[in-house]
Write a protein that binds this ligand. Structure first.
Ligand code: GRF
Length: 219
């Protein structure tokens, strides 16, 4: 078993990805401990999920800061104080800037509900349907200074059906998000993620489950 890494999670909303990570840490499939949840939104459902799991929480409301940089510095200082090894964005609806990334290089992960580089940004499930894509999915990536442009760690593919709505596609994608995000964190915890240019190479041993996530069955 790998040494447990210390995760600082950032969330703004309901926190189902956060819950998946909490659950996989609890059942031992992820060698990590969430040591702090920071929310920028005092009403975030993620706060209750963390509290139920006994995870320390902190609300840092961005609306209380005149400058973005001051908000980012408050976040960095809380993450440093908690001695986190990895920062996990779990539905965090703020742009992450150099103020955070310089302190945690290749140590900030995000999950995006599309197959990047297709459909970055917001409302991407709707955009994928409207575009007429036949497949979409989700991507776990390291965060860089762009919007959804950082090096891709793992992806999962789901089909788009003719009668899909934004809601039905989002639910199909979310179910896969809950599987690949904990898996990406475990790969990080095992020290198997190597960066080469902008590619993330997953070092051996490659488990069968990883092969499924990179090239999953579509039915
Ligand atoms: C997910 O769709 C994730 O891909 C995106 O934000 C949403 C968060 O959902 N980054 P939840 O709060 O984890 O339920």
């Amino acid at each position: 078993m790998a040494k447990k890494i210390r995760i600082g999670a950032l969330a703004s909303g309901g926190g189902t990805n956060l819950q998946a990570i909490i659950d996989r840490c609890a059942d031992g499939s992820v060698d990590a401990e969430i040591v702090l949840l920071i929310c920028n939104n005092p009403g975030a459902g993620a706060l209750q999920r963390a509290e139920r799991a006994g995870i320390p929480t902190l609300t840092i409301d961005h609306r209380e800061f005149a400058e973005r940089k001051e908000f980012d510095l408050a976040v960095v200082s809380a993450l440093q104080e908690a001695e986190v090894d990895l920062v996990v964005l779990a539905g965090f609806m703020r742009i992450v800037t150099e103020t955070i990334l310089d302190v945690f290089p290749y140590r900030v992960m995000n999950i995006h509900p599309a197959l990047l580089p297709a459909f970055p940004g917001l409302h991407v499930q709707k955009k994928a349907i409207e575009y007429g894509a036949k497949f979409s999915g989700c991507t776990v990536h390291f965060v860089d200074t762009g919007v959804d442009t950082g090096p891709i760690i793992i992806q999962a593919v789901v089909p788009i059906f003719d009668d899909d709505t934004e809601e039905s596609l989002s639910a199909r994608i979310l179910a896969r998000e809950h599987k690949i995000y904990p898996r990406a964190i475990q790969l990080f915890a095992e020290g198997r993620l190597k960066i080469s240019e902008r590619r993330v190479i997953i070092g051996p041993p490659l488990a069968k489950s990883d092969e499924d996530m990179i090239n999953p069955p579509t039915s």
